[in-house]
Design a protein around this ligand. Sequence first.
Ligand SMILES: *Cc1c(COP(=O)(O)O)cnc(C)c1O
Length: 433
Amino acid sequence: MADARKPAAPGFETLAVHAGASPDPATGARSTPIYQTTAYVFDDVDHAASLFNLQTYGYLYSRLTNPTVSVLEERVAALEGGRGAICVASGHAAQVLAFFTFMEPGDHFVAANKLYGGSITQFGRSFKKFGWEATLVDPDEPENFRRAITPRTKAIFVESLANPSGVVVDLERVARIAHDAGLLFIVDNTMASPYLCRPFEWGADLIVHSTTKFLSGHGNAMGGAVIDSGKVDWAKNPKFKSLTEPEPAYHGLRFYETFGDLAFTVHGHAVGLRDLGATMAPVNAFLTITGIETLALRMERHVANALAVARYLERHPAVAWVSHAGLASSPYHGLAKKYLPKGTGPVFTFGLKDGYDAGVKLVEGVNLFSHLANVGDTRSLILHPASTTHRQLTAEQQAAAGAGPEVVRLSIGIESVADLIADLDQALASAGH
Ligand SMILES: *Cc1c(COP(=O)(O)O)cnc(C)c1O
């Protein structure tokens, strides 16, 4: 009887407002306080020892854990349907921490070549200094991932919805290829957010986020998150020794044996944050918690506005093409319907018939759009990659990165859509059409 009355699991919007948070036990404060503290007082020496040995759950030093950051961690884990999360200083820090947990020098992973530009640089240059090798392949043909696997490969990495070109990856097929080979499947879900796409439902093992973008949502807080599905059997595969073998710095503790499906999450704090130190600031956690409360409302408006702008651009005589998976003309339209049923993200690119000069005139001619290098803000943003973020690249590299001279990237905000279209319209007119 009791079971029949059990309430259904809370909905997404409820979790976005409540998950991980309860009134502050000390003051009753309803909004999560910013615990702006470096350290926490021990009850006594035994308590301190048990905290240092990871035998008691509690706060010790904010490089590892902080109560404001913990609320955010529980919230993002709940929104993705994961077991636990580690929040860090930025999206790039999240990627370092995710790989750091299981990669050794000489190890390898396969990643999609359609990624945020900063990730391509991070994987291709700085990761090499750790001895981690990445092979980038075109995700449009999922078999490319299988072909690039070597005996040292440990993971496959993709963006669910790639920044910036609106490429949708066939998550279910890539997950199967990863799992057939005993590899982890890691998905960067930044561009979609958990409101639009749920990678764990398609086989992801770990999800990374730049919370800097839609999760915080207001262009005012850097942050990142790594979320663990809790479903990986770390003992099944000798590739993932760091979670199964004794950890000397914790008196030979074995994370998987001790913490079970929380092993990855505990390791991320107790080893990853301890040694990498890329901690999220409590004030950024607070801003991100507040931002997440309106994620569903914002994404709905972002998606509707972006589709209206994409349709307007598709009809404009100065525009050569529009790459937005919500348009029937997109080769990713079918995949978008499957993986992003509530709509594709508000970040997309389009091409101008008159090339580089028209792109420069457009970004200089807008008034309401902000000309800058960010995405996922309440404000609408515009960028001409060839004259800014991708200007150091050769023409061939620009084209391969989807950043040719004619390409303009938009991140559509939540303003009145008529004002956004009017602004683009006047700027396109003064750019020569
Ligand atoms: C911005 C971004 C990152 C990097 O995040 P930061 O918070 O800027 O470090 C990684 N992946 C994607 C898809 C992004 O858009």
